[in-house]
Design a protein around this ligand. Structure first.
Ligand SMILES: *Cc1c(COP(=O)(O)O)cnc(C)c1O
Length: 475
């Protein structure tokens, strides 16, 4: 399988070439040249693989279709090392449980940091270590996080050879649990940097360092953000696993509702559907930051100014633009790279929006690609968390609540609706208490983490300061 850029660069690359790269050189995102089709016989075989041999073997089946530059035995070993019951809490890895008539929850949040980002990031950690060793190279990952991404990256990379993580976060903005998760890590290759500022200040610092090409090359700076194709690919696997748990045979269809911010998670659903997984609808659920809901309702994609981004109680979906969305629009517009370049590289930079309402392809977002959308507010989250707790004795986190709220509006008779559970409630305890009056359950391994010693440096929002810090920690 070869990979091409959404902005027209057709010079084909292999998986491991793009694994350690962020954006394509033309500013686009990488996608496979085509989506391999999974026929009925293969789908039946994969059903058996998941049921009888487990998630790691299913992951190997899916990944093999997209990765031809890692020997099969090595790729299998990487999948087996990643997806263990020990790390993800159950043999199913992503167990499905019924919520109410027609609605199921797929648990993606029982990994090391209790959010779905572990599903991809744990694999990425092992892929990075493997590929860096093979090349005899090192990588310094520089990132910005408002919570879930940073902790998932750190737990995936801790102790890995050849990798260091420098993670910036806005000082005092993460939940106490999230701060404790990250700052209690004592691994030599993990560096937490609390920035005096907001998330955008962190992101601006990271961008400024990445734009200094000399520094970037000299210190081998890389990223692990959600535009990385390997992360998206890892996420495709759990759409298949969810489908196999909800159905008995391949003639049945399911729908998914996906709490969305950067369109990474649901884009993996789009890929699964393009491969032939029988998905009826892919419902995009947003919070008050409704860039995506607006697009699917009106055809207008309008990025927001940072100042207009709402700070919500589902903070991991607080985005001003959806960085993976370009991938879907590339497919929607018939993979016309020149058009994507003019929309994303030009129109967005110039006027901050584009409008596809009058474009013949726009109606196909729903009819041909199955997309639908809805949004949720703080009041909706509180009501959904309370109601789910009172009626089903089940606590859900604030992002998953956005999904459940929107899913209830989109259930169709005879089609199981699977809501992806993107985090556990303990990560966002204060809103859960606000909704239910009770503290959420805490997995035993996290007892008392708030009291552990913390390892974090405080830094002004200053590009020179972070460059000096990175340089001083690289031999
Ligand atoms: C990252 C995240 C999301 C949003 O996922 P995207 O792939 O950016 O759409 C939703 N919920 C939680 C808990 C997250 O950490």
């Amino acid at each position: 399988m070869k990979y091409i850029s959404t902005r027209g660069d057709q010079s084909p690359k292999h998986f491991c070439d793009i694994l350690l790269e962020g954006l394509a050189p033309d500013g686009g995102l990488y996608l496979p040249e085509h989506y391999p089709k999974v026929d009925d016989a293969t789908l039946t075989r994969w059903r058996g693989v998941y049921q009888n041999q487990g998630y790691a073997e299913l992951a190997h089946e899916v990944l093999s279709l997209y990765i031809d530059d890692i020997p099969a035995a090595d790729l299998k070993a990487l999948c087996r090392k990643t997806y263990t019951a020990e790390v993800f809490g159950s043999p199913e890895i992503v167990p499905l449980r019924p919520l109410e008539a027609g609605i199921w929850l797929e648990a993606l949040s029982n990994g090391p940091t209790l959010a779905f980002k572990d599903m991809a990031m744990q694999l990425l950690g092992n892929l990075f270590e493997y590929e860096l060793a093979r090349r005899g190279e090192e990588l310094n990952i520089l990132g910005a996080t408002s919570g879930d991404t940073g902790s998932a990256a750190e737990y995936a990379m801790r102790g890995k050879k050849g990798v260091r993580v420098f993670m910036t976060s806005p000082q005092g903005r993460m939940s106490p649990f999230q701060q404790a998760q990250m700052f209690s890590l004592m691994d030599d290759n993990i560096f937490n940097i609390a920035v005096e500022g907001v998330f955008d200040d962190c992101q601006d610092m990271v961008k400024a360092v990445s734009n200094d090409l000399d520094f970037k090359r000299r210190y081998k700076i890389g990223t692990v953000n959600s535009i990385n194709w390997a992360r998206l690919l890892a996420q495709v696997v759990y759409y298949f696993a969810g489908y196999f748990q909800a159905t008995q045979k391949n003639t049945e269809k399911v729908s998914f509702t996906v709490p969305s911010g950067n369109f990474g998670n649901v884009c993996a659903g789009h890929v699964a559907r393009m491969m032939g997984l029988p998905i009826a609808r892919l419902v995009v659920a947003t919070n008050e930051n409704d860039v995506l809901d607006e697009f699917f309702k009106t055809g207008v994609y309008r990025v927001r100014a940072s100042a207009d981004t709402h700070e919500t109680s589902s903070p991991s979906m607080d985005i001003s633009k959806a960085s993976n969305f370009e991938r879907f629009v590339f497919d929607l517009l018939g993979r016309d790279g020149a058009r994507i370049k003019s929309l994303f590289g030009d129109a967005l930079a110039r006027v901050g929006f584009f409008d596809l309402e009058a474009h013949p392809a726009f109606s196909q977002a729903a009819s041909r690609y199955g997309f639908d959308s809805g949004k949720s507010s703080h009041a909706d989250r509180l009501a959904t968390i309370k109601d789910t707790y009172e009626r089903h004795a089940m606590m859900i986190d604030t992002h998953t609540a956005d999904g459940v709220k929107v899913a209830r509006e989109h259930v169709q008779a005879g089609v199981p609706m699977i809501v992806l559970e993107t985090a556990l409630p303990i990560k966002f305890a204060s809103t859960i208490v606000e909704a239910t009056g009770r503290e959420p359950d805490r997995p035993a391994k996290f007892n008392g983490i708030e009291a552990l010693p913390k390892r974090v440096v405080l830094m002004a929002a200053d590009v020179q300061a972070i460059k000096a810090f990175v340089a001083s920690h690289c031999p």
